[in-house]
Design a protein around this ligand. Structure first.
Ligand code: NDP
Length: 278
């Protein structure tokens, strides 16, 4: 019977640990603040922003909300970030993506000081990750490493296949798994014989963005399957990139959706905020 990797429980454990660290810092007179900038009123973004605020409250981090109109200019947003970069009592800056079309995301990401880049998206953070130097790591891949380690799953020497090569999930995931001494393959939409490639994996990490695409035909018997995808199905229920019920009997461990990778992303964001203050 496959082990269900409980992201909710593991993320709660991490947040409890962070709560203690934050309380200690507070006792030393240091309060941690995260600036959260949202442009417009996209409902999905509002849900993410609210969840981040709730996590801050739970841990004892002060969240500073900046809710900007959809029509705000790129220049105004850049100026706000520059001001926050200068503020000593702001430890992390987060700009909720996606941004409206008239604002260049790359430019905004580059404006955030790498010292406050708690999302880990700044080119300097990504570069540091690539060459094994200290810097903030993108939260979803960092959360997956914690899921694996805290579930007692060995990574070193294992064949790991990642489906997806996005800048926020697939690529940093590949580098982190390499850092943990896995043998890594990153697959994408141009990969040939995807099923055969995936069948090599001891650890299969799926960030393809296609609901229930991954069936048992892609999974080696006894593999560990990590599902990053998040979608609403025709009944408005959440589902992942993996066909969970169909794959479950064939793997040794699997993350559910919801309650797998999702909660870890916010826990690692909180972790980055605490590290930034430390
Ligand atoms: P992107 O759309 O940026 O990337 C998808 C990747 O999948 C691309 O590299 C693409 O290849 C590849 N791909 C698409 N179709 C195929 C195919 N048929 N065969 C093989 N590869 C394919 O997505 P993200 O990385 O941003 O996100 C992936 C999923 O994870 C989404 O469902 C997203 O909602 C979810 N997500 C969940 C998070 C969480 O906290 N749980 C956080 C972030 C994302 P190519 O590069 O060639 O186009």
């Amino acid at each position: 019977m496959a082990q269900v990797i409980d992201g909710k429980a593991i993320s709660t454990q991490i947040k409890e640990e962070l709560k203690e660290k934050v309380a200690k810092l507070k006792a030393e007179g240091k309060e941690i603040s995260l600036a959260v900038i949202q442009v417009g009123r996209d409902p999905a973004s509002s849900v993410y922003v609210n969840n981040k605020k709730k996590a801050c409250e739970f841990i004892g981090i002060r969240s500073l909300a900046y809710e900007l109109e959809e029509t705000v200019s790129e220049k105004e947003l850049v100026e706000l970030i520059q001001q926050l970069n200068e503020k000593e009592d702001v430890h992390g800056i987060l700009v909720q993506l996606p941004l409206p079309k008239h604002i260049e995301e790359d430019k905004i990401i580059k404006t955030i000081s790498p010292a406050k880049d708690v999302d880990g998206f700044h080119p300097q953070s990504v570069g540091a990750l690539c060459i094994g130097q200290k810097g903030f790591v993108s939260c979803t891949p960092a959360g997956i490493i914690q899921l694996l380690k805290r579930s007692g799953i060995e990574i070193a020497g294992k064949e790991c296949v990642i489906i997806g090569r996005s800048n926020i999930v697939g690529k940093p995931m590949g580098i982190l798994m390499l850092r943990e001494n896995a043998t890594v393959t990153i697959a994408h939409s141009k990969t040939q014989n995807l099923k055969e490639v995936c069948k090599r994996a001891d650890i299969l990490i799926v960030a393809v963005g296609k609901p229930k695409m991954i069936t048992s035909e892609y999974v080696k018997e006894g593999a560990v399957v990590i599902d990053v995808g998040i979608h609403r199905n025709e009944n408005n229920k959440l589902c992942g990139d993996v066909d969970y019920e169909e794959v479950f009997p064939h793997c040794s461990a699997i993350t559910p959706v919801p309650g797998g990778v999702g909660p870890m992303t916010i826990a690692m964001l909180m972790n980055n905020c605490v590290e930034s203050a430390q």
